[in-house]
Structure formats: structure tokens, C-alpha cells
Ligand binder design. Structure first.
Ligand code: UFG
Length: 339
């Protein structure tokens, strides 16, 4: 049995990755304390897998409990580390929680992995490490800009910690740093998807909740940017494509030792906020009331990925369109409304 430890496996990207690991013949072992996810996600995963996934309700900063998971479930052929806080604004208000949950948990995981000769780590990073890049598209060589938020800094710091651990003379650890662009969509089955707690911060759940009538309107954060229609540009990637990249990363790590490399995970194309709303309306036939508001502090104007390196080295590329992602997100929202 090829077991893979998946921290944060009940989260949005984590849950879809658990499904893809299963499809690829791995046995995922989830560690998640539901601090930013919902236990129902495990039922959704079970619907797709045909059985309940292995799960431990544990805080990744609890070193003893994490050691217990390795002792009970190990050995693991790899670890995929998603568990982290991810809200830019919240990190400004409560930086220490971010340093503890994102940085300290990563350090604990690396220490346990090193001691137990568990050598393959896939780390959940973000295009936030680039800030507002000076050149587009962003390649993996693009220089990091000063991190605008504690959240962004935790991703930069964790990448550096992992690189240092891999480079240590006695180390056997290998790692892949996956820099996500904007993950959206849901599993086509409608069994799992994005489950924001409270008012959504991200664009797509805000669109689907507005379309469903749960919110009056969506405010577009600024239309005076230097872009084709004045609204910000992002590289939106279907979460199922993104999940499959983690399987490709595990395959890439197999048989390698003492390597650490980073990969952008995006489509290679950017869309404006207005384009996303228009595509949603066109694809679903459902209106999304919206108006233009002020810019959101901290937003970068435009960013999209060069996805070439992931294609050449991981043998992975996106196959699902923006339209498909929006239809799947809408399908998921409608399932939620039925509950
Ligand atoms: N937007 C709106 N109205 C909304 C919500 C979002 O206009 O109600 C716009 C934003 O201004 C932005 C775009 O939609 O232009 C996408 O916003 P998201 O919040 O969905 O995504 P971000 O690109 O801001 O954030 C993502 C991740 C973060 C990560 C960040 C790095 O969700 O975790 O990229 O840049 F930190």
C-alpha cells in the first residue's frame, strides 16, 4: 500500500488531491482539525472513493500527535503539506497565528520526516511569493518581491526552510514547491468543492453565492487598473487540474534524492474579473448582479503563470477551461443550496 500523508486534506485543494491520489493508486491519510474546513467534506470524499478516507483530527502544530500519526500509519511514500491559514487580511491582524500554523507546523513536519527517513515532500505554496512581478508571465526564476502580508511571507519563509533542509549535508529529503495561481471550480461529481466559512473572500464563491441569491451583489474591486477592461487579471486554474499536479509531483520525486525544485501551477493565461463574471453568466445562463467598488488594498494588478516548466518536467498541464470550472463551481453551489 503506497500511503501518502495529506495535511489539510479536508480543505478545498486538499480534498480534491485526496481523490486524485486514490485514482492514481495511492492511499491518502488525511490530517485535518477542521479549523478552516468542515467534517462533511469527508462524506463527500467517501461518496467519490466508495469508502471513508483515513482521517486523523489533529493540529499539525501538535508535534506529539503528528509523531503518533507517523507511528500508526507510516511509512509514507510521500507527504503533501497543505495545512495552513490563507487569508491575506487575517494574517495582517493576527500574524502570530500565521507564523505558528504555517511556519512552525512545516518545521515540525520536516523534523519528523528527517528522523524517520520519510524523504518526499510536496509543499503547497502560492504565486503570492512573487508579489506584483515586474515581468509577465511569471516564471519560476522571477525574483520574489517584498511580501505584502504575513501570509505571503510565511510562504516565502517555508520555501526557504525547505530548501535549507534539502541542502543540509546529512539530509535525504527531497521536495517540490508548488506555486498555485488561482484555484477555482469543484469536482465534476458535485460531491466536493469550495466551502468558505462565513463571507467568501475569493471571487468565485462570491459569484456563485450571488448568483444563488444568497448575496445581493458582488463588488468588483476597482476598474481603473492598467488592464484590458480596467479590472485585475488572474490565472484561474480548475482545482481538479491542480490536484492532478500533486500526483505528478509525487511521481517526479520518486527515485530522486536531495532535490528541491519549484513549479508554477497555472494555465498560462490571465482573465479579468469582468471576463470571469461574463463567462459565468454565459455558461450558466444565471445573472450575477455586480457593481464597481474601490480597489482592495494589497491586490496585485495582474499576474499569470508561465506553465512551461511544469509541462516539460512534471509532464503535467491543465486540460479544463475557465468555463468548465465555472460550471462545476455553479453545480457545487446548487448542491449546497439543496442541503
Ligand atoms: N475580487 C473582486 N470582488 C470580490 C472578490 C474578489 O473584485 O468580491 C477580485 C479581486 O480583486 C482579484 C480577483 O477578484 O482581482 C481574485 O480575487 P481572489 O480573492 O479570488 O484571489 P486573489 O488573487 O486575491 O488571492 C489568491 C489566493 C490567496 C493568495 C493570493 C496571492 O486566494 O490565497 O492569490 O496573490 F494569497
Amino acid at each position: 500500500m503506497k500511503k501518502v500523508l495529506v495535511t489539510g486534506g479536508a480543505g478545498f485543494i486538499g480534498s480534491h488531491t485526496v481523490v486524485e491520489l486514490h485514482e492514481a493508486g495511492y492511499t491518502p491519510v488525511i490530517v485535518d482539525n477542521f479549523c478552516n474546513s468542515h467534517p462533511d467534506v469527508l462524506d463527500g470524499i467517501a461518496t467519490i472513493l466508495g469508502h471513508s478516507p483515513i482521517h486523523h483530527n489533529i493540529d499539525c502544530t501538535d508535534e506529539q500527535a503528528m509523531r503518533g500519526v507517523f507511528a500508526k500509519e507510516g511509512p509514507f511514500v510521500g507527504v503533501i503539506h497543505f495545512a495552513a491559514f490563507k487569508a491575506v487580511g487575517a494574517s495582517v491582524n493576527d500574524p502570530l497565528s500565521y507564523y505558528r500554523n504555517n511556519v512552525h507546523a512545516t518545521e515540525i513536519l520536516l523534523r519528523i520526516m528527517s528522523e524517520l527517513d520519510c524523504t518526499n515532500l510536496v509543499f503547497s505554496s502560492s504565486c503570492t511569493v512573487y508579489g506584483q512581478p515586474k515581468q509577465l508571465p511569471v516564471t519560476e526564476q522571477t525574483a520574489f518581491q517584498h511580501a505584502n502580508s504575513p501570509y505571503g511571507y510565511t510562504k516565502q519563509v517555508c520555501e526557504r526552510i525547505i530548501q535549507d533542509v534539502v541542502a543540509a549535508p546529512s539530509s535525504a529529503t527531497s521536495a517540490v514547491l508548488l506555486r498555485y495561481f488561482n484555484p477555482i471550480g469543484a469536482h465534476p461529481s458535485g460531491a466536493i468543492g469550495e466551502l468558505p466559512i462565513g463571507v467568501p473572500e475569493n471571487l468565485i464563491p462570491y459569484i456563485t453565492q450571488t448568483a444563488a441569491g444568497k448575496r445581493k451583489e458582488i463588488v468588483i474591486f476597482g476598474d481603473d487598473y492598467e488592464t484590458s477592461d480596467g479590472t485585475c487579471v488572474r490565472d484561474y486554474i480548475h482545482v481538479v487540474d491542480l490536484a492532478k499536479a500533486h500526483v505528478a509531483a509525487l511521481h517526479w520525486l520518486t527515485g530522486k534524492s536531495n532535490v528541491c525544485d519549484s513549479f508554477n501551477l497555472g494555465t498560462g493565461e490571465g482573465n479579468t474579473v469582468k471576463e470571469v463574471i461574463d463567462t459565468f453568466v454565459e455558461a450558466t445562463g444565471t445573472q450575477v448582479p455586480h457593481r464597481i467598488g474601490d480597489r482592495r488594498p494589497g491586490d496585485v494588478e495582474k499576474i499569470w503563470a508561465s506553465a512551461t516548466k511544469a509541462q516539460e518536467e512534471l509532464g503535467w498541464k491543465t486540460t479544463l477551461s475557465l468555463k468548465t470550472a465555472l460550471i462545476d463551481a455553479w453545480n457545487w453551489q446548487q448542491k449546497l443550496e439543496e442541503q
